[in-house]
Design a protein around this ligand. Structure first.
Ligand code: UDP
Ligand code: MG
Length: 233
């Protein structure tokens, strides 16, 4: 039987985890039943060096359900590092992973469709936003300009896709063969090959709390995107 692991990066997410985790847990149970997945399907939350109660919330969920697990970083390493750590751990025991942000801006109801696309043969299923109305004008324009620049530099990406995605075991294993340290995962995925599919969704505002991506982190991330994917500059 196929096992699914939902991987959630979390940095100071005490405001949202109490809602996010039960919601994802119940969606996962439904997906398991309807798609005949393994009852061992689980959730892995990566605490990226939070300074709030994120870790104690993860611990209390784990006490209720052993299938809700956590990894804890020694300090804040960033979103991409948290995803890679989660995938590295999950892939030891699972057949497919779905990464999703803790604030549920990406529609968790689409997990069902992602798993169906996997069952139909896709190794990678991209979550694609239909519009960015919930982003500020500044974020929308800078993001569009940035992706245009990457395209000019020869980097291929799936438009309007970030880190909400399903990957099969072999797709994750292939991703993990990249020796990159400053990861820009969404730029690497299209290089992996395999059969892909897309599910479309509307991105909603953050459930609660504030963005964990201040301008400084965003710029560092954008820089990693360029330096890790092209030598053109
Ligand atoms: N995140 C993380 N480490 C960081 C910053 C963010 O693990 O240093 C996580 C965060 O908890 C969330 C996801 O990455 O699950 C995306 O962050 P956020 O929603 O704040 O970004 P935005 O949607 O505002 O771009
Ligand atoms: Mg967000």
């Amino acid at each position: 039987m196929q096992k699914l692991t939902i991987v959630i990066p979390a940095y100071n997410e005490q405001e949202v985890l109490k809602d996010t985790v039960p919601r994802l847990w119940s969606i996962e149970r439904e997906v398991v039943t309807q798609n005949f997945l393994s009852e061992d399907s689980d959730i892995l939350i990566v605490d990226d060096g939070s300074s709030d109660n994120t870790w104690s919330i993860i611990e209390s969920f784990h006490k209720q359900h052993s299938k809700i697990r956590g990894l804890r970083f020694s300090r804040n390493f960033g979103h991409q590092a948290a995803l890679i750590a989660g995938l590295t751990e999950a892939i030891k025991t699972t057949n497919m992973t779905i990464t999703i942000d803790a604030d549920l801006q990406d529609d968790p109801e689409k997990i069902m469709e992602m798993v169906q696309a996997y069952s139909a043969g896709a190794d990678i299923v991209y979550g694609v936003r239909t519009h960015r109305e919930t982003d500020s004008w500044f974020k929308r324009t800078t993001a569009q300009g940035y992706y245009k620049l990457l395209r000019l530099l020869g980097v291929q990406m799936v438009p309007n896709h970030a880190d909400f995605r399903l990957m099969s075991k072999r797709a994750v294993q292939t991703l993990l063969t990249y020796p990159e340290r400053n990861m820009f995962i969404r730029g690497l995925i299209p290089k992996l090959g395999f059969q892909t599919a897309k599910v479309y969704y509307k991105r909603t505002p953050r459930l609660a709390g504030e963005s964990k991506y201040p301008l400084k982190k965003m710029l560092a991330f954008a820089w990693d995107g360029i330096t890790s994917l092209t030598i053109a500059p």
